[in-house]
Structures are given as structure tokens and as C-alpha cells.
Design a protein around this ligand. Structure first.
Ligand SMILES: CC[C@H](C(=O)O)C(=O)SCCNC(=O)CCNC(=O)[C@H](O)C(C)(C)COP(=O)(O)OP(=O)(O)OC[C@H]1O[C@@H](n2cnc3c(N)ncnc32)[C@H](O)[C@@H]1OP(=O)(O)O
Length: 255
């Protein structure tokens, strides 16, 4: 099974699907490479919107692949992975095309960071999401914390990060983390939510995104996301984090 699928939908939507449903669409290095490829492809003139979703109906993305990344023990090893994904999410953040995360299911940890890097987030009725990194004795490490603190009211964003809780779709909409709750088909929901934008010239969409990119540059988002990765790497090396990941792996291996 390919770890990701890149497909062109109707009306100029390029769709990136994380295709690891048996791992709740956890991110490994192959998916990272695929996302980087999709971001580059989205720059084509016939693409108006880049959409990101997950395969299946249970998860959008469960964050970093713990069975792959638990082998990363030192700060340096962790930083290599974290900074690579932070760099990819920065490219997503500054893509001069509208981006939308279609939360087809649960989004936790790095999955919420990927969603945060998109301009818009729509969630399927019943989905849940949360920045659970704190429960693993680390912080966000792909730049999603820095982004969240700019996209949501500071007190709400900080509470979500500090509490590391999982929230319902309704709570997430109340916070402003998701912009719409849909009931049925994710692609139809995306096309409906982006309908008016998809009727505009690509040049107009690019011009408006350029206004936003200027803001991210002035806010030094690249440097802040890089520092976030470095700080997470420091915590990653700590015994508390390794113990938490071992707990997850032991539970998994007992199944
Ligand atoms: C900077 C980002 C940072 C990083 O590590 O890089 C992070 O993202 S930290 C956060 C890492 N992610 C998690 O801690 C989430 C772990 N997963 C879960 O909490 C649940 O699986 C959940 C809520 C996503 C879905 O729960 P559900 O009951 O629907 O499924 P299962 O828990 O039974 O899982 C099914 C199957 O998938 C495997 N799985 C799930 N998440 C991951 C993951 N992140 N990495 C690797 N594998 C994952 C799980 O082990 C099960 O496998 P199985 O072989 O069937 O036991």
C-alpha cells in the first residue's frame, strides 16, 4: 500500500491523502517526502487549492509514527526528524495557494500540527483532535505550536497546548480551530467549503495568499518553527519521553 496518494480532484483541487489507515495515518519519512512533493506540485498553474486528508474514516493523522521514531534516542537524532518536518510545514504554511485540512477522523499530536499549517480546517461530525505531545513529555516539534499561537486567540491556543487534551468537533469549532463540521463525503465537503474560492482566478488566490505570507515572514515564523523543533528535540532526549513512548510500544506489543 502506497503511504500516500496525490490526486487531482475537480475544479483545481490537488488532494494529498495520508494512506496508512492501519497506523491511523501516522507520519513516517515516506509520508514526509510525499507531502513535500505535493506542496511542490501545488505550485502548478492548474492547481487552485491544496487539500490534505487521511485515508479511511477513523483518523486524519495520529502524528509521528511512534514505531519508527521511538528509535530516535538523542537530541541530535530527534532534531533531524523534527526539523525536517518543521521545514515541510513551513513550506505548506507559505504555499501561495489556499490550503485546507479535511479532518476525516481523529487528529492528534503532529496531525494537529499539519492541520494547523493549513489555511482552513473542516472536520467530520464526531471527529476529535488534540495536541497530545505534552502527555508524551514533549512539546509540539514540527512548528505547529508557533503556528497555533498565531492562528487562534493566544489564551485558547496556549490552553490547548498546555492541557494536551483531545477535544470534540464542537469544542474545536468553538475554539476556532475548525471552520466547519461536515456530515458525509469529505471531498464534497471540501469542494463546497472552497466553492467560491475555486471560482476565482488563480492569480487572485495567489495574490491574497502573498499578503498572508508577508505576515508570516514579518512574524519570523521560519525561525520560530525551527526553534520549536530544537526545543522539542531537547525534551525528546529526556527519560520521561522515552518512558512514555515505551509505554505505548509495550501496550501495542501486548495486543
Ligand atoms: C512532533 C510530533 C510528535 C512526533 O512524535 O513526531 C507527535 O506527533 S507526538 C504524538 C504521537 N502520536 C500519538 O501519541 C498518538 C498515538 N495514537 C493514539 O493515541 C490512538 O492510536 C489514536 C487516538 C490516534 C486512535 O485510537 P484508535 O483506538 O482508533 O486506534 P488504536 O490506538 O487501536 O491504533 C490502531 C493502530 O494504529 C497504531 N497507531 C496509532 N497511532 C500511531 C502512531 N502515532 N504511531 C504508530 N502507530 C500508531 C496503533 O499502534 C495500532 O496498531 P496495532 O498494530 O493495530 O496495535
Amino acid at each position: 500500500m502506497d503511504p500516500y496518494i496525490i490526486s487531482k480532484e475537480n475544479n483545481g483541487v490537488l488532494l494529498f491523502t495520508i494512506n496508512r489507515p492501519d497506523r491511523r495515518n501516522a507520519i513516517n519519512y515516506d509520508v514526509m517526502s510525499g507531502l513535500e512533493k505535493a506542496i511542490e506540485m501545488a505550485k502548478a498553474n492548474d492547481v487552485k487549492v491544496l487539500a490534505i486528508t487521511g485515508a479511511g474514516s477513523q483518523a486524519f493523522c495520529s502524528g509521528g509514527d511512534l514505531s519508527a521514531f521511538h528509535r530516535l534516542k538523542t537530541e541530535t537524532e530527534a532534531y533531524g526528524m523534527l526539523s525536517r518536518m518543521a521545514s515541510i510545514l513551513y513550506k505548506l504554511l507559505i504555499l501561495p495557494k489556499p490550503t485546507i485540512a479535511i479532518l476525516n477522523g481523529s487528529a492528534v499530536g503532529g496531525g494537529c500540527e499539519i492541520a494547523s499549517a493549513c489555511d482552513f480546517r473542516i472536520g467530520r461530525e464526531g471527529m476529535k483532535a488534540g495536541f497530545v505531545q505534552g502527555n508524551l513529555a514533549i512539546t509540539t516539534g514540527w512548528g505547529g505550536g508557533s503556528i497555533l499561537l498565531e492562528k487562534l486567540p493566544q489564551n485558547i491556543a496556549m490552553k490547548m497546548l498546555l492541557d494536551a487534551k483531545i477535544y470534540t468537533a464542537e469544542e474545536l469549532k468553538e475554539f476556532g480551530f475548525i471552520h466547519h463540521i461536515y456530515k458525509h463525503d469529505p471531498i464534497e465537503a471540501c469542494l463546497s467549503f472552497m466553492k467560491e474560492s475555486l471560482n476565482k482566478e488563480t492569480t487572485v488566490l495567489e495574490a491574497y495568499k502573498t499578503l498572508l505570507i508577508k505576515k508570516w515572514e514579518l512574524l519570523l515564523m521560519r525561525e520560530r518553527m525551527e526553534e520549536e523543533a530544537a526545543r522539542c528535540a531537547l525534551l525528546w532526549e529526556g527519560e520521561a519521553h522515552h518512558n512514555k513512548v515505551d509505554e505505548f510500544m509495550n501496550k501495542k506489543n501486548k495486543k
